[in-house]
Structure formats: structure tokens, C-alpha cells
Write a protein that binds this ligand. Structure first.
Ligand code: SAH
Length: 244
């Protein structure tokens, strides 16, 4: 099972055992949370991620405000605030919080950015992006996951534009995007997504073979030129063609 493999995935972890407290920040994009969610656990998770090297305060503040348990099966609620990937329907995973935070940090988001996410999954990453005040478009290839993510996100007060479709196609009618985030692993950079990135925009994706991928940032430098940088090894579920 890939999500179990991901548990042993080597990640850059700092020695800072005592994470500093995340600064509280007023939500500019309020959500209608159920009072039954215990957000102290989400705050503790954000502090843990800060201890592991995540620096972007807006990313940490978003994680501290989101009840991750809403995105997993009730039976897994106890594990929802651990820094671990967890299984969701269709054999897919909800990414490890560290990975969500790292990918989001690498996007260098500005409020109002037009962001395209490939692989909505359960919707947790989408919630982080919504909390950060971006205009989010997100595509999922499994209809069941698309439906569930929409219900969960709307219940929590998030209303991104969600699509059931093949992320390899992107959203040509909505292009271009300031940022593109791929949360499943393609073997090469999807050409149509490169075209839908604006000049100056960034794409963050896990790139490489089936076994292991390198976190990669692609910058569109000009109409025809792209530069890339890599940021450590990860294990993601594969980005698959078509829809189900
Ligand atoms: N963003 C999610 C990660 C889910 S795992 C989170 O917050 O946890 C990756 C997701 O990408 C899976 O749900 C998988 O079904 C989806 N996926 C894989 N290939 C895809 C494609 N071609 N188009 C859209 N989604 C895809």
C-alpha cells in the first residue's frame, strides 16, 4: 500500500525538537466550522510542521485552522492530526501534512492567485489553499472522490471550483494560472499544464518514476523557456490518464 510506503519516505527533518508556537492570525476567509472540531490538535500539528522546517506563516496558520479529521473516515479520526498520509476511497491517499505544507510553501502564494490543483483527492490540500485566499480550481479523476470532496469542503465553508476530469488536460478555458500544483506523480511534466501556466508562474509537482519522485518546481521564464529546481524525495500515488 502506497500510503504505508510513504510513512518510511525519508524527509528533511530539522533537529528543532521544540517548535515555536504558530502566531495566531485572524482569518480573512472565515469558515463555518462545526464547534465539535477540536482545533487545538490542528494547532499542535502546525507547530510540529514548523519544527520540521516549514517556514511560511500563512501555510502554518491555514493548517492550524483546518479540522483534518473531516477529510478522513470516522474510524481514522484519531489519526487525523498525525503527520502521516491516510487512506481515502478508491485506493487513494490524503497526503501527509508535511508534504501538503511543503508543496504549498514552494508555490509562494499571494492572496488572489489563480491556482490549479490536479488531484483533489479528499480535499484537504484544497482547504489549505482556500484558507490562503487564492482563487482555486481543482480537478479529480474519480467521480466519487470529486463528490465527497465537494461535500466536505462546502460543509466547512470552502467553495473552490471543483471538476471531475483528467488533470492531464488542465482547464484550457480558465487558463492561464499563476500557480499549478500537482498532487499525484506524472512521469514527465504534462505538456498541456506547462502551456496553461502564465509567464512568471510556478508549477510544483512530484516528478520521476513509480517508486519515488523528486519534488520539482517549474518556473515559466518566458513564452518558450522553463527552469526547474528540485526539493527532495517523496512518494506519491501515480497520476493516471482518463477518468473513472
Ligand atoms: N490533494 C490531495 C492528494 C490526493 S492523492 C490531498 O489533499 O490529500 C492524489 C489524487 O490525484 C488522487 O485522488 C488521484 O485520484 C488523483 N489523480 C491521479 N491522476 C489524476 C489525473 N490525471 N487527474 C486528476 N486527478 C488525478
Amino acid at each position: 500500500m502506497l500510503w504505508m510506503l510513504a510513512l518510511i519516505c525519508s524527509l528533511p527533518v530539522t533537529n528543532r525538537a521544540q517548535a515555536e508556537k504558530t502566531e495566531p492570525e485572524n482569518s480573512k476567509f472565515p469558515m463555518t466550522q462545526s464547534p465539535t472540531y477540536n482545533l487545538e490538535k490542528a494547532e499542535k500539528l502546525a507547530r510540529e510542521l514548523r519544527g520540521k522546517g516549514i517556514r511560511d506563516k500563512a501555510v502554518l496558520a491555514a493548517i492550524a485552522r483546518i479540522p483534518r479529521e473531516a477529510f478522513v473516515d470516522e474510524a481514522l479520526a484519531e489519526m487525523a492530526y498525525l503527520d502521516r498520509p491516510l487512506p481515502i476511497a478508491e485506493g487513494q491517499t490524503i497526503s501527509q501534512p508535511y508534504t501538503v505544507a511543503m508543496q504549498t510553501e514552494l508555490l509562494q502564494l499571494e492572496p488572489g492567485d489563480r491556482v490549479l490543483e490536479i488531484g483533489t483527492g479528499g480535499g484537504y490540500q484544497a482547504a489549505v489553499l482556500c484558507e490562503m485566499g487564492v482563487e482555486l480550481y481543482s480537478i479529480e479523476r474519480y467521480e466519487e472522490l470529486y463528490q465527497t470532496a465537494r461535500e466536505t469542503l462546502n460543509r466547512l465553508g470552502y467553495f473552490p471550483k471543483l471538476y471531475h476530469g483528467d488533470g492531464y488536460e488542465g482547464l484550457p478555458r480558465e487558463a492561464s494560472f499563476d500557480k499549478i500544483l500537482i498532487t499525484a506523480a506524472p512521469e514527465t511534466i504534462p505538456p498541456k499544464l506547462k502551456e496553461q501556466l502564465r509567464v512568471g508562474g510556478l508549477m510544483v509537482l512530484p516528478l520521476g518514476g513509480r517508486e519515488r519522485q523528486q519534488m520539482t518546481v517549474v518556473k515559466r521564464v518566458s513564452e518558450t523557456r522553463y527552469s526547474t529546481s528540485t526539493h527532495g524525495d517523496y512518494i506519491f500515488v501515480p497520476m493516471k490518464k482518463g477518468t473513472e
